[in-house]
Design a protein around this ligand. Sequence first.
Ligand code: 9WN
Length: 414
Amino acid sequence: MSQDHISIDEQARAILRGNDRGGYTVPTAGLYPYQWNWDSAFAAWGFAQFDIDRAWAELETLFAGQWPSGMVPHILFHKPDPGYFPGPDVWGAQDKGTTPSSGISQPPVAASFARAVYEKDPAAGEPRLRALFTRMVDWHRWFMDWRSDGGAIFITHPWEAGRDNAPDWDEAMAAIDPVGVGEYTRRDTSHVDPAMRPTKEDYDRYIWLVQRGRRLDWDDAALAKDRPFMVADPTMTFILLRANRDLAALADLLGEDRGEIDSWTARLEAGAARLKGEDGVFDAINLTTGHHTGNVSCASFLCWYAGLESDVMLDELRQAFDASPYPIPSHKVGTEIFNPKRYWRGPTWAIINALIGRGLAEMGHKPEAEKLRLLTRELIARHGFAEYFNPLNGDPAGGGTFTWTAAVWLAWAS
Ligand code: 9WN
């Protein structure tokens, strides 16, 4: 290992420590001053490489914010911070759990990373895993009860998928008339170049959907009537399918019953099959119209992570390797919509690469997995711990000193 390399490891650890706010990490100071759901699970994976106790604490703080319904919110607002919009007052969900929070969830990577943390030190991890197990089961059950359409997991807000402005939501977003949304002041564009962020048209609809949830008091049954936005999502479906397989393995380790979990796996497998469009590519479905989006997004490549093989996606993967020096782009290079800077409409995200890479390796595609890992390693080593990257030249984009990019470096890329 070179001297240079050692110092990148140290930088990564320093980022995790620096973003630690005591039991939880923020994704990056300034832009995202709270605890985000899937960011925290990635942080736990990163911490597990050098501080197992701190890794468990991250997951414990996240699940302490779980609602009685089983839902684990996408943001926990531990301390007020005017630097982020929309804050707890806009969400109006201050009393739903023990911590003020948002009213939607995020991709459930937590069970998979709980398993990874446990495997680092099973003896130390067993009691902590046992304490979290029922909470993870309850969260998965909540997805199956409230976000499943025949096993395809849908989102009710673009923020739920964690891919905020992905083209996958364009048709469903265009059908929303954000009437009455009112005036508000964004904060994200004061931290980051607006060209790298969602547009005002996007934000009007994001806030309109939050206002609807608040009006219905975030009641799952009330929200389920006449949903204005409902898109079956490969991020959610593949990640939950994978997490559910991991949860079943954890049930075995703990001597718990896995029957209910296995029944969800069967449903999720059926739902994942539905995400295959006419051309065989896994994409999103706008459940309001029944239309497949036809988009090849980074989430399409999570099939292997979910344990599903696809020759069509292998071919797409080869194309993605040829189309840009730093794959996997969040939207296919060369399409009309592709934008190398704008967030989930083109840039490469190290976290998604890590999940795709793990899936490829596990499904026997070792050369492809290794190629993706080495390219991601080069991307971070040359261009830093950015939130996301321009796939055409590696330029860092969005926030810097980013928790999940540091975590991915430590746990996978390096
Ligand atoms: C809204 C924190 C989060 C990530 C998401 C990413 C972005 C938030 C935002 O940042 O979303 O949740 O305000 O842009 O899209 O995946 O969890 O890093």
